[in-house]
Design a protein around this ligand. Structure first.
Ligand SMILES: [Zn+2]
Length: 405
């Protein structure tokens, strides 16, 4: 059966607009499955004159030996999920010259430090490659070509970026979230311009640091960033910063449970409770979801990540693969409403309407499936004023016929 559809452009609710724009010309290994190919791509495209950021390395396909890394140009290679890194001595030499980042690479060897300092790392990578008007133009053209009009950038690098976006007009297509440190440093005006503060409760699936309740296949248990009391203190502290909205990265069920438990405690004690969004929420139980719904917590999820059930089946406990991205449970059993308290994004992995739609309509498991209307409600702009996407769905494939902007 062939189905035709014309729908509004996408509002990608979770991306790293500035991060990807800065890294636009970086070597991207996300489609590379063979190490030889990765090595030659890096050697051909990376300069010897600077520390090059390399993206998208999927460590379930191959890993790099010490000598292999040292033979490459100066590189900082980022794991697909941006939660794991490798770099060589040549890169270290280059980075030493950027004074305020002299020791950051060493620290990036420590997974626990990495999980607690992701915003600092992302800001460091953006700084290594730099951001300017030309890169923004190219990146927003890329977004348009992929059917995306609006984005939430989950990590504002600094206040000057707000000016760059205003001067180029791209502020009309972007909302920013800032980590606590950046938020604290913003002017009053800057604080008003950002949507809210972004925090992390756990790690990610790529480096097996998302906090799940069972062990990963390598015996590790994931990382919960805060103890409950510390987390509550951090959230309460936001009141003094005037942050009304927060978004909290939580992937594993220990993390989603903790976020809801702590917010509930704050509500009970009559404390100030910021408007909360959970980012990813890939593993969330029905009871946690019910409590989240009652507390008015929004879920910001990525249909693309339904395929983590396949990509990371090597490290996840067997009974977890089916429980990833439980959209049917959230919508049918708990009553989350796409576009209201359930919104969708890509996290840039990858960008675009085609992969987003295919992973929504044809995911690995039935419980992950979204209806086309649910997709439109949670992932598209409300109207076609900015443009539209003409598409055709045949069997399990989505064909993008035309993007009108
Ligand atoms: Zn993200």
């Amino acid at each position: 059966m062939v189905k035709k559809e014309t729908m509004p452009l996408l509002y990608d609710h979770h991306t790293h607009t500035t991060g990807y724009a800065a890294l636009l010309h970086s070597v991207d290994l996300s489609e590379v499955r063979e190490k030889d190919e990765a090595v030659s791509l890096i050697k051909e495209n990376c300069s010897e004159d600077k520390a090059n950021v390399v993206l998208g390395w999927n460590n379930s396909y191959y890993s790099f030996g010490r000598t292999e890394v040292e033979e490459l140009p100066p590189v900082v290679i980022c794991n697909l999920s941006f939660h794991g890194f490798i770099f060589n001595e040549k890169a270290r030499e280059k980075v030493k010259k950027i004074s305020d980042h002299a020791d950051i690479l060493e620290k990036m060897n420590d997974p626990y430090w990495v999980e607690r300092n992701l915003p600092a790392i992302m800001k460091f990578l953006v700084k290594l490659e730099g951001l300017d008007e030309e890169k923004l133009d190219a990146f927003f053209d890329f977004l348009s070509d992929n059917g995306i009009w609006r984005t939430d950038d989950m990590l504002l690098p600094s206040e000057s970026v707000l000016d760059l976006f205003e001067n180029t007009g791209y502020h009309k297509r972007t909302d920013f979230w800032a980590d606590i440190q950046t938020y604290e440093e913003l002017s009053e005006e800057g604080k008003r311009k950002v949507k809210g503060v972004k925090l992390f409760a756990d790690g990610a699936l790529g480096p097996s640091t998302a906090a799940i309740k069972e062990k990963y296949s390598d015996g590790s248990e994931g990382i919960l960033i805060y103890a409950d009391d510390e987390f509550k203190e951090v959230l309460e502290g936001l009141k003094y910063l005037d942050a009304e909205k927060i978004s909290i990265h939580g992937i594993g069920n220990r993390a989603t449970e903790q976020i809801v438990r702590v917010i509930k405690k704050m509500e009970k004690s009559g404390a100030y409770v910021p408007k909360t969004r959970i980012e990813h929420a890939q593993f969330i139980s029905k009871s946690t979801a019910e409590e989240a719904k009652r507390l008015g917590i929004k879920l910001s999820m990525q249909p693309n990540f339904s395929f983590d059930s396949v990509h990371y089946s090597d490290r996840l406990p067997e009974n977890y693969v089916k429980r990833n991205n439980p959209f049917r449970m959230l919508i049918d059993d708990v009553g989350f409403i796409p576009g209201e308290d359930l919104i969708f994004g890509s996290d840039g992995m990858p960008y675009g309407v085609k992969p987003a739609l295919e992973s929504s309509l044809f995911p690995p498991y039935k419980g992950q499936r979204l209806a086309l209307d649910e997709f439109k409600d949670g992932f598209c702009l409300r109207s076609k004023k900015q443009g539209s996407i003409e598409l055709r769905i045949r069997e399990e494939e989505v064909f993008i016929e035309k993007i009108n902007i």
